[in-house]
Design a protein around this ligand. Structure first.
Ligand code: ZN
Length: 312
């Protein structure tokens, strides 16, 4: 590439991007420590402090093409998530950052449940160190779920971790669950006891979980890895009970005039729209996505309009 062509790319380094972050854990020192203590360090032989961010992202992404260990992949995913949460200042940096995230979840075709648990647990631990990070987790889960089957598997487990955490349950093994378990968890929850922002995240996670499991385009691959069919269907009776719960929650927040109350009502309406679609079509999954039809709109997918976590 000519010097003129190179000059048009931003010179901003990752350290400078971290300087713009207001989230305490998201700092250059932590990024550097994660990188330097990992065996991944031996794969990326450049001084990540000196090069522009987009160059470092390219080098890190390129490392994913090598036969990485699970530990190296987990480190790559941690680094990709950390930079994904940084302020979004330049389109070229954003593109290379998104490519890095894609590659971090592309480098394995295995959906082996304990591998998924390991990757999910690694990310949950990362997000727990970052304040107000559930929105970031939702945003990242949405992004990776669209790109690769591994990303979708981790995203589903992240959604379940948010849902289990809403009633104080600890998750020992991050894994897929039968969707009927949703009803059991939600029935123990007192809506008035959940902080509104957390409640919004819970409602969004429920809608996303329905979308990711009932529209799963890689279902055959998951089944080949031993995932049972009931992970990808919502029984009619469970759908009706879930609808009643979401309706009750929307009703509880009907008088809230603050922004968060409106956001909860909007996301509750989308979840009810998904459930009504299933009920009116007497279906336990998304007919549009299952038939790979190019006609018609996937109603369940409307929950996942992306929002930028750096602005939350
Ligand atoms: Zn769909």
């Amino acid at each position: 590439m000519s010097q003129n062509a190179l000059d048009k790319y931003p010179k901003t380094t990752i350290a400078q991007l971290f300087d713009m972050s207001i989230k305490p854990y998201l700092c250059w020192q932590n990024f550097q420590t994660v990188f330097s203590l990992s065996p991944l360090r031996k794969r990326v032989r450049i001084d990540i402090e000196k090069y522009p961010a987009y160059v470092v992202y390219c080098f890190l992404g390129h490392a994913s093409l090598k036969n990485l260990s699970a530990e190296e992949m987990a480190t790559l995913q941690t680094l990709a998530c950390m930079v994904y949460m940084l302020p979004d200042i330049d389109p070229d940096i954003r593109i290379s950052r998104n490519n890095l995230m894609y590659r971090a979840f592309q480098s394995s075709s295995s959906l082996e449940p304990m591998l998924i648990h390991y990757f999910t647990d690694n990310l949950v631990n990362l997000f727990q160190q970052i304040s107000n990070s559930t929105e970031c987790m939702l945003n990242i889960a949405t992004f990776i779920s669209r790109k690769t089957s591994l990303g979708l598997a981790v995203a589903v487990c992240l959604m379940w971790s948010i849902i289990f955490r809403s009633n104080g349950s600890d998750v020992e093994i991050h894994q897929f669950h039968d969707l009927s378990e949703l009803i059991g968890i939600l029935s123990t929850l007192r809506i008035e006891d959940v902080e509104p922002r957390m409640f919004y995240n819970l409602m969004h996670s429920i809608g996303s979980l329905l979308h990711l499991t009932l529209c799963n385009k890689w279902q055959e691959l998951f089944r080949a890895h031993g995932y049972p069919a009931n992970y990808f269907r919502l029984r009619t009776q469970d759908g009706r009970m879930l609808h009643a719960w979401v309706e009750k929650a929307g009703h509880y927040y009907r008088g809230h005039t603050k922004l968060i109350g409106r956001r909860i009502r909007i996301v509750a309406t989308k979840v009810m729209g998904s459930l009504q679609y299933l009920e009116s079509n007497s279906s336990e999954w998304c007919l549009i996505c299952h038939s790979r039809s190019t006609y018609g709109v996937c109603v369940l997918g409307q929950i996942n309009n992306r929002f930028d976590c750096s602005k939350v």
